[in-house]
Design a protein around this ligand. Sequence first.
Ligand code: HEC
Length: 154
Amino acid sequence: MRAVAELRAELGGALRAALAEGPVAAVEACRLEAPRIAARLARPGLRLGRTSHRLRNPANAPEPWMLPLLDELRGRAPEPGAFRTVDLGERGTGYVEPIHLQPPCATCHGSRVDPELLAAIRERYPEDRATGFEVGELRGLFWAVVAPGSSPAD
Ligand code: HEC
């Protein structure tokens, strides 16, 4: 789905730019930019965002329809281009794409996060559960909800 591809690309670009300033500055960039980019790409009939089974930001908590998809995709190896759709009845169609941990993500989500960086993360996210991920493991999902009558291809 194009909006999800744009979210993925824009977040990746924002993260790369922010990491050039150092990981602690990049935490602040993720905190501010991730919701801003998702809000900018949304439009009438389309909402989108990120979620996970082990959250950093509780505001990204999964909606009930996302839970079985998190369970299913956690048990699968990464497959390029993988996605799932779910019929949400009157609400339209739910769409997800898995997010797997890549090496640069381990700086802030891996098993050996630098103690100073971890302290900066825990200060902003006291309920953080998003460390200890291995490269290749499911980190979470990009999701979108497309209202009835809107095109899921957009
Ligand atoms: C500089 C530290 C940093 C790096 C590197 C980083 N993240 Fe994050 N990540 C964060 C922060 C901070 C949040 C919370 C953002 C928010 O408030 O929405 C977050 C949130 C997330 C979420 C949303 C779910 C949740 O737990 O709230 C996902 C999914 C995610 N990151 C995946 C990744 C992936 C995949 C990579 C590598 C491409 C990555 N992150 C790299 C800091 C980082």
